[in-house]
Design a protein around this ligand. Structure first.
Ligand SMILES: *Cc1c(COP(=O)(O)O)cnc(C)c1O
Length: 353
């Protein structure tokens, strides 16, 4: 607390990211990072970029990357917005498209940055409970709102929402923006990108952090009707003209153009996820069917916080949320097959004792 803080700073409840401990030989399954590393072509493109040209400002509109994303998804460049991580794209979305006199609707169990942005931008929030199977029921969102946001697949549950349900919501909610946060879509969900040309109230947000293994580079993007993108550009140009540096623009362009590395690594993660799910079920865990690069699990006989503690002693970290409804669950990122194997042996030992 300080007398120098503005009133808004006193009221903020900042987001708490998963830890990034500096411990050797750690099996880090707590922040949904990709174990396989970025496309080698992206790494080469970035090395080439680290030269004397860094004395120049980057392209303020990141045109190359906007075009590459538009081409990948067969959209017009004016339907694409890029930012410094999808967290920044989300922040601009809250300010540009959700600041209205009615509440923003999102699930009670979801990405915990949403309520943080609501406080930062003075947006009323109203949560809609997941059903008892921890699924989003979009019927619950048909009420007065200043916008709707949910991840698909949802985090931290991994559960996917069907595209026909999303389309029905877009049709029945034509007057406010529906944002689908597709941070994990490449691990098995159905992208809403296909609906963009039909629904001017749809914004889809994606990131290079998970399926493209570039969390450290900070690149995210939004896709939607030109008017929505123009709103985001207006906020961006009132905040930071150069959100993406030259290295990030080059790396992200090369990454999205490297389809074979992307396909190979995401298929490996999907295969490891299914194998890990089977093994954890055999240990007695209940598992929500996941379309993401993580599993959300609970054990009927073992306290989740204690399990996380025992894993930590064995140098394995997973994510535990001490929050209502989910304080008996663990979110476990899919690592390499070796990491999954070590995890399963550790849990087998812990559960037997
Ligand atoms: C990881 C994640 C993000 C943030 O991704 P960045 O692009 O790294 O900022 C956004 N939404 C959800 C649901 C996520 O899990």
């Amino acid at each position: 607390m300080s007398k120098f803080w503005s009133p808004i700073v006193h009221q903020l409840t900042p987001y708490v990211p998963g830890e990034q401990p500096k411990i050797n030989n750690l099996i880090k399954l707590n922040t949904n990072e990709n174990p396989y590393g970025p496309s080698p072509k992206a790494l080469t493109a970035m090395e080439i970029e680290t030269g004397n040209s860094l004395r120049l400002y980057p392209d303020p509109t990141s045109t190359r990357l906007v075009r590459a994303v538009a081409q990948y998804y067969q959209l017009k460049p004016k339907q694409v917005f890029v930012g410094n991580g999808s967290d920044e794209v989300l922040a601009h979305t809250f300010q540009a498209l959700f600041q209205h006199d009615k509440p923003l609707l999102f699930p009670d169990i979801t990405y915990s940055f949403y309520p943080v942005y609501c406080k930062l931008y003075g947006i009323q929030a109203e949560t809609v409970p997941l059903n008892s199977s921890f699924e989003i029921e979009l019927g619950g969102y048909l009420r007065a709102n200043g916008g709707i946001i949910f991840p698909n697949p949802n985090a931290p549950t991994g559960h996917g929402t069907r595209l026909d349900a999303i389309e029905a919501l877009l049709r029945k909610n034509p007057d406010t923006v529906v944002v689908v946060d597709e941070a994990y879509i490449d691990f098995g969900g159905e992208s809403a990108v296909a609906l963009i040309n039909q629904y001017p109230n749809l914004l889809v947000i994606q990131t290079f952090s998970k399926s493209r293994s570039l969390a450290g580079l900070r690149v995210g993007f939004a896709m939607g009707d030109e008017a929505l993108i123009e709103g985001l550009v207006r906020v961006k140009d009132s905040f930071n003209s150069y959100p993406l540096d030259s290295i990030a623009i080059s790396g992200a362009c090369a990454s999205i153009q490297d389809k074979s590395h992307f396909e190979y690594t995401r298929q490996r993660i999907i295969a490891s996820r299914e194998q890990l799910a089977t093994q954890l079920k055999a240990l007695g865990f209940n598992i929500i069917p996941s379309q993401a690069n993580f599993l959300f699990v609970t054990h009927p006989q073992h306290d989740a916080a204690k399990l996380a503690g025992h894993l930590r002693i064995r140098n394995i970290i997973v994510r535990y949320f001490n929050k209502p409804r989910i304080d008996q669950h663990l979110r476990i990122t899919i690592g390499t097959d070796d990491e999954c194997k070590t995890l399963v042996s550790a849990l087998t030992e812990i559960i037997k004792n």
